[in-house]
Design a binder for this molecule. Structure first.
Ligand code: ZN
Length: 374
């Protein structure tokens, strides 16, 4: 992975580049970011840069012997520890090293995936992965060896929150007396679940979530989506590229058109049309229905913010902006809370398997009433 393959995050990239260029590489670093963030991707790009034989000012070269191996995750000095569990093919003594082929496939497909996807990938959906006690013995053995090729031996520990206490203690010992020319890159989601004695020995890099614009760019590049659809996905993904990838499969219709049509009919009390729409809503399927309602809530929120201060809405495609502008005259302090609550309720009922058609009709009647109050 190279820095140029990660959208945005210029500040983080500059910090990391500088630390290498000025010889201030800390032996233990913690990349802290939520699922679907760039925490792992940044750690990978950083490791690639450190071992690159022809470093450029802003990135690794991508073509030297080291980069080629790093990018395929086959460099002998690039090691990984991640939560695993016994599976059909590894029925006992589950250790990271036994899952390296799966891990490479998984990361090369997308470094933004989460633990659930990893468990699915190795074929154990219902078990909890862990970094076991035995893993720590492997780790100690591993770092006692000299680097084969690179300047540094690099160990990436993915989700150290899932370390067995004795594995965490073994890691702590390694961090207290760091082996020469060895770097530990911890890629975690929540610092609270780590030993404070571990975090205090790492240099922490906070990795923010992706912005909506960045998610739009990502899904457009990766899935070649139309701008409108990409925007709808970004509004639901909450800065997670993992969520965005899943939504790309789930969202099967144009939420924006459906939503504007819905609101228009509610506003003008066109109940026959609303009944027709409820049939359409029914056919969306439950995941889509829930996503649609979350999308609607998100758009409502934007309308409300727009009513307070137009500059709070930073980024909307022209069609949506036009709608938000018009709709903000109908949504006021009198009805905003009730409208949002109604959508929340509808989502709640769909989640609990209520009849989607009934939920839709019922919400439509409520919303029609609230809109008139504005
Ligand atoms: Zn290189």
């Amino acid at each position: 992975m190279q820095f140029s393959q990660i959208i945005g995050h210029q500040e983080a990239k500059q910090l990391l580049l500088k630390s290498v260029q000025q010889n201030h590489v800390a032996h233990a670093q913690l990349f802290l970011g939520q699922e679907g963030s760039a925490n792992l991707a940044l750690a990978l790009a950083y490791a690639t840069y450190i071992n690159c034989e022809n470093k450029q000012p802003d990135d690794s070269c991508g073509t030297c012997g080291s980069c080629v191996k790093m990018n395929k995750l086959v460099h002998p000095d690039f090691n990984f520890v991640m939560p695993v569990t016994s599976t059909k093919s590894v029925s006992k003594d589950a250790l990271s090293s036994k899952f390296m082929n799966e891990w490479r496939e998984f990361i090369l497909a997308s470094p933004f995936q989460g633990l659930n996807e990893w468990m699915q990938h190795i074929g154990t959906e219902n078990k909890q992965g862990i970094i076991s006690k035995d893993e720590s013995r492997q780790l100690v053995k591993l770092v006692s060896l000299k680097a084969f090729e690179g300047n540094y031996k690099i160990v990436v520990i993915w989700l150290p929150e899932l370390m067995h206490p004795s594995a965490a203690n073994a890691l702590l010992k390694l961090l207290e007396e760091p082996p020469a020319q060895t770097l530990f890159l911890l890629v975690a989601q929540s610092a609270e679940k780590l030993l404070a004695t571990i975090t205090s020995r790492t240099q922490i890099m906070q990795v923010r979530n992706f912005t909506e614009q960045e998610v739009v760019q990502f899904v457009q590049q990766k899935y070649n989506l139309e701008p409108d659809r990409a925007t709808q996905i970004a509004q639901l993904a909450e800065g997670s590229l993992n969520a965005a990838a899943k939504l790309t499969n789930e969202i099967s219709s144009d939420y924006f058109s459906f939503f504007t049509e819905w609101m228009r009919h509610c506003y003008s009390y066109k109940f026959k049309e609303l009944i027709d729409m409820s049939d359409k809503f029914q056919t969306l399927g439950r995941e889509n229905q829930k996503n649609f309602l979350l999308y609607a809530l998100n758009l409502f929120r934007k309308v409300m913010l727009f009513g307070v201060d137009t500059s709070l809405i930073s980024f909307l495609p022209p069609a949506e902006l036009d709608f938000v502008q018009k709709f903000s005259k109908v949504i006021t302090g009198n009805n905003a809370g009730e409208l949002a609550e109604e959508l929340n309720q509808a989502h709640y009922h769909i989640e609990r398997n209520a009849n989607p058609k009934m939920v839709f009709v019922d919400s439509s009647i409520q919303i029609a009433g609230f809109l008139r109050k504005g």
